[in-house]
Design a protein around this ligand. Structure first.
Ligand SMILES: C[S@@+](CC[C@H](N)C(=O)[O-])C[C@H]1O[C@@H](n2cnc3c(N)ncnc32)[C@H](O)[C@@H]1O
Length: 276
């Protein structure tokens, strides 16, 4: 099923599979997100607003860092995925995390936060400056903004080169691009922060690099292709037989191993700032 909400250019299919893969993908991103939150100064007791919570991985991370004295409010358009997020938060025993279904472009929250955060959400939003400007209004002096977005224009590549990997990264980039989501959001974060009225943010880029038989990246890439498959097929980007998604992770692994190579996978850009 495709999610065709006018408020988002979200390209990934909406299904149990996607909800599960969102959580698997988070395992790759989470260490760099924790690092971002540490760099940004998110500490015990803070009230955090998480934009585009999805299955709740960022909210869970923030809840861990702010502790029981702090709180997290997560917003997402998709009320079904928020049920998963709520169940996970409750299983983890966090009492101070609340999710609300809604459009991040239209946040009317009625109270203030110490930090506003988001991961892989601004690329889907038609007016990211307006979203951050609205979030900015909910931050007082010393408030923190910390965001992470991918940049798919930085080539994903294997060393030595791997033809299958080149094709797969081309499908992913093209599918995101044709869905209207912004594949260069990572590089645009600095300008978006400034346009939303924040001071000059600090920036960091993190490229996920791996190789060997056990690397999680092959499954990660194949899972992303599976989530984008309806779009890949509908747009004629690749034929299902060529994608052969059931065996894709194994083929990526085998071909990388045959060259004893490494893969430079997605680049996530982090931007963070504390208001004067
Ligand atoms: C790729 S997921 C990322 C989820 C989570 N931030 C993470 O990193 O695990 C993007 C999420 O943003 C949500 N989203 C996209 N546009 C939105 C909007 N305008 N308002 C609220 N949520 C939105 C989608 O529903 C989806 O759950």
């Amino acid at each position: 099923m495709h999610f065709n909400h006018p408020a988002t250019k979200y390209a990934l299919s909406r299904s149990d599979h996607e909800t599960q893969h969102l959580q698997e993908r988070a395992l790759l991103w989470n260490p760099s997100t924790r690092q971002l939150f540490e760099n940004a100064g998110i500490v015990q007791g803070m009230r955090v607003l998480d934009l585009g919570s999805g299955a709740g991985d960022v909210a869970l991370l923030a809840a861990d860092m702010v502790g029981p004295q702090g709180s997290v409010l997560g917003i997402d358009l998709d009320s079904a995925i928020l049920e998963t997020a709520r169940a996970r938060v409750s299983a983890a025993g966090y009492r101070s995390v609340v999710f609300r279904s809604g459009d991040v472009r239209d946040i009317d929250l009625g109270h203030d936060f110490d930090a506003v955060v988001g991961r892989l959400v601004l690329q889907y939003v038609s007016d990211p400056v307006a979203v951050l400007a609205a979030a900015n209004r909910h931050l007082g002096r010393g408030g923190i903004a910390a965001f992470q977005e991918a940049d798919w224009t930085i080539p994903v590549r294997a060393v030595p080169p791997c033809a299958l990997l080149d094709r797969v990264s081309g499908w992913i980039r093209e599918a995101f691009d044709r869905s209207g989501s912004d594949i260069q959001m990572g590089a645009k974060l600095r300008r978006i922060f400034l346009s939303a009225g924040f001071p000059e943010p600090k920036l960091h880029a993190n490229t996920f690099l791996g190789g060997g038989a056990e690397w999680v990246g092959y499954r990660h890439m194949a899972g992303l292709v599976r989530s984008l498959l309806p779009l890949i097929e509908a747009e004629g980007i690749a034929h299902p037989e060529e994608v052969a998604v059931e065996t894709l992770a194994d083929r990526l692994r085998d071909q990388t191993l045959s060259g004893d190579g490494v893969v430079f996978y997605t680049t996530l850009v982090s931007a963070w700032v504390q208001k004067d």
